[in-house]
Structure formats: C-alpha cells, structure tokens
Design a binder for this molecule. Structure first.
Ligand code: GAF
Length: 376
C-alpha cells in the first residue's frame, strides 16, 4: 500500500480501491501558442499529484493532505459554481465526464501532491488528470489519453473558469520517461522527441522564483484576447496561420507585438524539435531558449523582474540557455546547464535574490517522466 492509502484507511476506515497519479509539467518551449492552434514542447515532471479513491454512495467527499477546504458534492448534479477553491478542479472533472456522457461514480478521494502550487508547473492539470484516471477506472470505462486531456481541459475552462489552452493536460496524460511531448495543438497530434540530457553531461534546472502567478485572473485572458484580435486583423483562423511577413498588416503596435511573439515562438518550437530530432548536442538549443525568453519579455510582456533576473543570472553563471516556463507573470525559469554548473547557477540566482531582499528561490533538476496512470 502507498502511504496515501494508509491515510485513506485511517480516515475512512476502509482501504481505497487504488491510488492513481498525474504529473506536473515543464514546458521546454512554446509559450502561449497552444490557444493559437500552434506548437508546444512540454514534458511531464517527476513531481506528481496522487489520488487514493474508493466508490462511495450518494456523495463524493474530497480531502487534500496539502490544502484546507474539504468538499462534498453529488457527481450526478454538481454544476459550475457549486464548489469553491481547489476542490473545484476535482468537481469539475466529475462534471465534465458527466457532460461527455460518461457514468461518474460517487467516491471518496484523498489527494496529495508535491507539484508546487502557483509555480507555473501545472499543479491544476496534475490534479484534474489524476482525478480523471481515478474516476474513469472506478467507473470501469476506458478513454484514450487525448480524450481525458480534453475532458479535463473543459473542467478547467468551464467549471473553474480559467481560460487556458490544452497543453498542460496533454503533457500530464502523454508524458513518458526521457521524452518531450511535441504537440500540434490544432489537431492534438503528438510526436515524442528524445531528451536524454544526462548522456551529454547536461541537466535542466528548474528555478521556482517564488513569484506566484494565477490564470483565472486577468492578464492571461487579456493575452488571449490580444491574440484573437491579431488573428481577426489578419483574417486568419488562428495565429498559427500567420507568418512574420504578415505582421506589418496589424496596425495596433501592441497587438502586433503579441502576434510576433506567437508566430516566432511557433518557429522556435519547430527549430528545437528539428535540432533535438537531428541528434545534435542539446547545448545547441540554448540560444533558442534565450530568444524565447526575450520574446516573452519584450513582445508578449508576461515576464516579471523575478524571472528576468533569474534567467539573466543563470546565463551569466554558465547556463547555455534560460527562459521562463509556463503561463507567466511569475512562476519558474528553466536553465540548461552542464552538470558541473548546476550548483553554481543555483548559488548565483540565490545571491542575486538575496541582494534584492527577495524570498529565496527553490531550484531542482527535472527529467521527463511518465504520464498519468494507476500506481497500485
Ligand atoms: C498555462 C496554460 F494553462 C497553458 O494552456 C498555456 O497556455 C501556458 O500557460 C502558456 O504557454 O500553463
């Protein structure tokens, strides 16, 4: 039994039927391209959300070992607005499964996670996908991984009210050890790209800047609206269909900058995929990561001083490339480092933060890991 199963037994005086997990994600490159029908290149983290679950009658009870705010609802009637706080992500999955025509059993669900919340590592998709694999298994239904990703995205968009794209749920469902998930978000087509940094004496350092971010709020939605305005100005279905040469036709300078980020970011994703698929030394992607950061800072305007300082510092301390990962306005920076430079880069960023009187960052190395599954 997992430790979480022991806690379940202690709380509800019966063992769970099983324990399921789904991972957080790091996006290597391709930011704010997913809701523009574009390309993204995330991987699943080895940090996960676990759900121990067993069928229950009449009510679904949801408890977290990390957060206050237990919830209770009926899966056959729960609707958007009924459940507040983190448990809305759980209730939203039950609702979205039901809306998609699937039977959803009531259940007791005990949740535990080591995916940092508010760090841009997609703790919300990890929770949604872990709940979805648990509930579908309990219901005895088999859905393919992309179908679960779509259902959980609907939970986030329509139940929780966060207007996100579909990258995070696809990464949580399709992650695989040693592999990046190259996703064409127009058709939800997946290709896996090998990413075995250790073979090259490299590591990907994730620096959690401790500058929190949130998606249900304004700025993410504002960027989406700017992108929609750009596509409309160009007369294309989505920015994925535009080229750099088209951008001069956008008269509003802010909208033009937003579109330039998305169009050039799509190109950068393809460049990184071509480089890595061609078997080159992954150090070659460093400048592309740097260019992505500059584009997010100058054109899309989603970085904040904490992430700019971390990225610049990491580069000065020897990283081959560094960029903010995730939705922005805080969260994490990733830095591609030689193994021998991981400690030095971490110390350099810590020192820069201390000099500014900022909360110390938290750094760890990450490797591509498995997508959502049953643990036992
Ligand atoms: C967040 C969203 F949830 C994703 O869909 C994506 O848009 C990302 O920000 C930015 O690339 O993680």
């Amino acid at each position: 039994m997992t430790v979480l199963a022991d806690h379940f037994q202690a709380r509800w005086e019966r063992p769970p039927s099983g324990t399921w997990f789904a991972p957080g994600r790091v996006n290597l490159i391709g930011e704010h391209t997913d809701y523009n029908d574009g390309f993204v290149l995330p991987f699943a983290l080895d940090k996960r959300t676990l759900v121990a679950a067993a069928p229950a009658s009449g009510r679904t009870r949801v408890v977290s070992r990390n957060e206050p705010g237990d919830a209770e609802f009926d899966t056959s009637t729960v609707a958007p607005g009924d459940v507040p706080g983190w448990a809305a992500y759980v209730a939203g999955v039950a609702w979205a499964l039901r809306e998609a025509g699937h039977p959803v059993p009531d259940a007791d669900l005990l949740v535990e996670s080591d995916v940092p919340v508010g760090a841009g590592l997609s703790s919300s998709a990890a929770l949604e996908c872990a709940v979805a694999v648990a509930l579908t298994d309990l219901a005895g239904i088999t859905l393919d991984r992309t179908a679960i990703a779509k259902i959980t995205r609907r939970a986030e968009n329509e139940f929780v009210g966060a207007p996100t794209g579909g990258m995070d749920q696809m990464a949580a469902m399709h992650g695989k050890a040693d592999m990046l998930v190259f996703l064409d978000t127009r058709d939800d087509l997946i290709e896996r790209v090998p990413f075995r940094l250790a073979r090259y004496g490299l590591a990907l350092l994730v620096i959690d800047t401790q500058a929190p971010h949130a998606h249900a709020g304004g700025q993410y939605g504002e960027r989406r609206a700017d992108c929609a305005a750009a596509a409309e100005a160009l007369g294309v279905p989505a920015l994925r269909d535009a080229t750099v040469a088209d951008l001069d036709r956008i008269s509003d300078p802010r909208i033009r900058r937003r579109a330039r980020h998305v169009v050039t970011e799509d190109d950068r994703v393809r460049q990184v995929v071509d480089l890595l698929s061609g078997g080159v030394d992954p150090r070659a992607i460093g400048p592309v990561l740097d260019a992505s950061h500059a584009s997010m800072r100058d054109d899309f305007e989603i970085t904040v001083p904490h992430v700019d300082v971390a990225a610049a510092c990491a580069r000065s301390a020897g990283a081959h490339g560094a960029r903010m990962t995730g939705g922005g306005f805080g969260g994490c920076v990733i830095a591609l480092c030689d193994d021998g430079d991981v400690a030095g880069v971490t110390t350099a960023v810590e020192k820069a933060y201390a000099e500014r009187g900022w909360t110390a960052p938290v750094a760890f190395t990450a490797v591509p890991s498995a997508g959502a599954a049953r643990l036992e």
